[in-house]
Design a protein around this ligand. Structure first.
Ligand SMILES: C[S@@+](CC[C@H](N)C(=O)[O-])C[C@H]1O[C@@H](n2cnc3c(N)ncnc32)[C@H](O)[C@@H]1O
Length: 373
């Protein structure tokens, strides 16, 4: 999205209060997203479509233009450009983009305008290029011990993981994804526990990796409630407030949709401390059950524990004291946000864990403390 705006500037024409930007055809998802942001930035936005149904439905604010193949198109387009003082045009449609590009460079065309976005063909290709680039770096990049390292997956599979991961809202980044991909290659079989799943971004990565490396069930623990994130420490004032603005039932539904296609996922909708007894019960029954995921096996011994819940020192300390004893020898404990801009709870609790437990390996990757027991 922001790329589009950089291009508005790079295009050279300045949008002022008198000029406007045309978004055409408005009945494409990228057009709607652009129009909303452009309006939020205070730009005057003219929305147009050739779809008769669409323009009839939204007749108040959508202008009708003929199809670009219609001989009447150019005249109607010129009229609209002049009437609305349009200097920039945004279109995510590849054919229309090429047509507009040629009109904008045609000295014989009577009105001057610029196409303000990059070619849709280039835009469509970009996430795939980035995904394959990440896949290569994931296979060759992270310098971890080769001891007991399973073979990497193919670049195509890693590209698939990257594309899907980045479509889910969340705070885990590409560096975290590389880390999880490498940890999965050094992991034993066992339960994968995530404390704090939000929309399911890191949960998706864990489920995907656990599936391809045959690790075990991923159990996501999160109350999906505002109360749990209300107090993450004094320095986290801004983070505490952000949680209040969320519709947590909608976030929970988002989580279900994000990981819903996996057979190796389940969840406990509770805080990490209350979830412990539910996990123990599930382990003794050998399975965990939910309406959305059905019954999933639980072994009671943890191969990866990802701690990314409430970041207040006392909360993480509790998570560590309660859950780390269930991690098997050779298993991994990941403390997210060990390096955090909004407080030092994860660092303090992580450092204490390093001092108190016998540890095989420990390192920091990105902002995450990784400990192999
Ligand atoms: C930083 S977000 C997690 C981000 C997620 N791992 C991702 O990849 O996007 C923190 C999550 O922890 C949850 N949370 C807060 N307190 C918790 C607790 N006591 N137990 C479990 N989850 C908790 C919040 O509801 C929120 O969804």
């Amino acid at each position: 999205m922001f790329q589009y705006f950089f291009n508005v500037r790079a295009g050279g024409a300045v949008l002022n209060t008198l000029s406007s930007v045309l978004v055409f055809p408005i009945d494409m998802a990228q057009s709607v997203a652009f129009a909303v942001t452009a309006r939020e930035l205070g730009l005057k936005v003219i929305m147009a479509t050739s779809d008769i149904m669409e323009s009839a439905k939204r007749s108040e604010d959508v202008v009708h233009l003929p199809y670009i193949t219609d001989p009447k198109f150019n005249d109607a387009f010129i009229c609209l450009l002049k009437r609305e003082r349009i200097t920039q045009v945004f279109t995510p449609h590849a054919t229309i983009w090429s047509y507009f590009q040629s009109l904008s460079q045609d000295d014989g065309f009577s009105v001057k305008f610029k196409v303000c976005n990059e070619s849709p063909i280039a835009m469509d290709k970009k996430p795939f290029d980035v995904a394959y680039e990440w896949a290569e770096s994931c296979i060759f990049g992270l310098n971890m011990s080769a001891e007991e390292l399973a073979a990497p997956l193919s670049p195509h599979l890693y590209a698939n993981l990257h594309l899907a991961f980045n479509r889910i809202p969340g705070q885990s980044d590409d560096c975290k994804l590389s880390l999880l991909a490498h940890i999965a290659r050094q992991s034993l079989q066992g339960d994968v526990i995530e404390i704090g799943s939000y929309y399911g971004r890191s949960a998706f990565a864990l489920a995907w990796l656990a599936k391809w490396h045959n690790l075990g069930t991923v159990i996501c623990i999160d109350p999906w409630k505002a109360e749990s994130s209300r107090d993450q420490g004094i320095a986290a004032k801004l983070v505490n407030q952000a949680g209040e603005e969320l519709d947590w039932d909608q976030v929970f539904l988002g989580f279900i949709a994000s990981v819903g296609s996996f057979h190796n996922v389940n969840y406990i909708r509770n805080s990490s401390m209350l979830a412990l007894s539910e996990y123990r019960l599930a382990a003794s029954a050998g399975l965990i059950q939910s309406d959305e995921f059905g019954a999933t096996p639980v072994c009671g011994s943890i191969s990866i524990l990802h701690i990314d819940g409430n970041h207040k020192y006392e909360e993480i300390k509790q998570d560590i004291l309660a859950w780390v004893p269930l991690v098997k020898k050779g298993g991994w404990v990941l403390v997210d946000d060990y390096l955090w801009a909004f407080g030092d709870g994860p660092k303090q609790a992580g450092d204490e864990l390093l001092q108190e437990r016998a540890i095989k390996t420990a390192f920091v990757a990105g902002d995450t403390l990784c400990i192999q027991l």
